[in-house]
Write a protein that binds this ligand. Structure first.
Ligand SMILES: [Zn+2]
Length: 323
């Protein structure tokens, strides 16, 4: 599950992988196939250099932001996280210096320089200056979402929650808000839980897990990928259908198995997230079945109880299945 993709077939996907074995592959393909107007990626300076000739070959423009990001130390983060819930991207900004070690560069790829210039102005994350915390302004979030080609209904939904979050200074759990806002079946074309992990289609938070505009966009991208590589397109479909146990944004477990009712029987599990949740990973690997109630996630091995993970509330670990 989720092993990096590789192919021997000559063409766009192989060229892209040779430039960068980036798990955001479907998004880069989206820009190269004119399905998506712009993509933003965090890469090392070395990868940036390798992406340049790739972009030139496909008539794409690549440009970088004027600052770089450096990973903060855990204790530094904990100090801030006591005061505020930080976003999933947490980097310390430093001025751009080519080849500076241990830093990440924000790059933009598009056919339009105008779009890149605007994205450079409006893309930003929560800023921490000494002890002051400045959240990204909702209007700029709005604009950046448009630059990236996200559906308007989804930008509105996300902006509303993000604004509420900044105002109330309380964290909100994006996938759970989307879950609550979904009526009916979950479409694989709206599965953003596994985004950034090689086999996905959408890179935004949809307004619901069956948002019509998101389905239309993701279907177009899937078709474009299929034109290049049927094997890759089928692997994407397969991964989007795996049952999930979702705790939050970039905090979910994917199971290679079958969901029935509130149970998943599985052969393997994979953590889709930022950082790691070692305890849960270990206990899920020990078992081959989980059962969910409003109070607990119980783990079983061949029918025998292994352990239980208590839930803070009914949304602390939600089963999801996209079809
Ligand atoms: Zn939407």
């Amino acid at each position: 599950m989720f092993e990096p993709y590789s192919t021997e077939e000559e063409g766009l996907i192989k060229d892209c992988l040779e430039a960068s074995e980036h798990p955001e592959l479907p998004t880069i393909i989206g820009v190269a196939k004119d399905v998506k107007p712009l993509v933003d990626l965090w890469v090392t300076s070395a990868i940036y250099k390798k992406l340049k000739p790739f972009c030139k070959k496909y008539n794409l423009i690549i440009d970088h932001d004027n600052y770089m990001g450096m990973s903060p130390k855990e204790d530094w983060l904990r100090n801030f996280e006591r005061k505020i819930t930080l976003g999933t991207t947490k980097l310390i900004g430093v001025p751009y210096i080519p080849n500076l070690k241990n830093t990440w560069l924000k790059v933009f790829i598009s056919r339009s320089q105008k779009l890149i210039d605007e994205a450079k102005r409006v893309n930003w994350y929560t800023l921490i200056i000494d002890d002051d915390i400045i959240n990204d302004p909702p209007l700029d979030n709005f604009r950046f979402g448009e630059n990236l080609g996200f559906p308007q209904c989804c930008i509105d939904f996300y902006s509303f929650h993000n604004f509420k979050f900044s105002k109330e200074k309380t964290g909100f759990n994006t996938p759970i808000e989307i879950y609550k806002n979904t009526k009916g079946k979950f479409s694989i074309y709206c599965n953003n839980i596994i985004m950034g992990h090689w086999y996905f289609l959408i890179r935004h938070h949809p307004c619901s897990f069956n948002c019509k505009n998101t389905v239309a966009y993701a279907k177009t991208l899937h078709k474009a990928i299929r034109e290049e590589d049927r094997v890759y397109a089928d692997k994407i479909t397969q991964h989007l259908k795996y049952p999930l146990l979702v705790y939050g944004e970039k905090n979910a477990f994917v199971f290679d198995g079958k969901l029935s009712g509130k149970k998943i029987k599985y052969k393997d599990t994979h953590f889709c997230g930022a950082g790691r949740d070692k305890y849960k990973e270990e206990v899920f690997k020990e078992g081959n079945e989980i059962k969910i109630t409003n109070y607990e996630v119980s783990i079983y091995k061949d029918g025998d109880f292994v352990t239980g993970i208590e839930k803070k509330d009914k949304y602390d670990g939600v089963l999801m299945k996209f079809d």
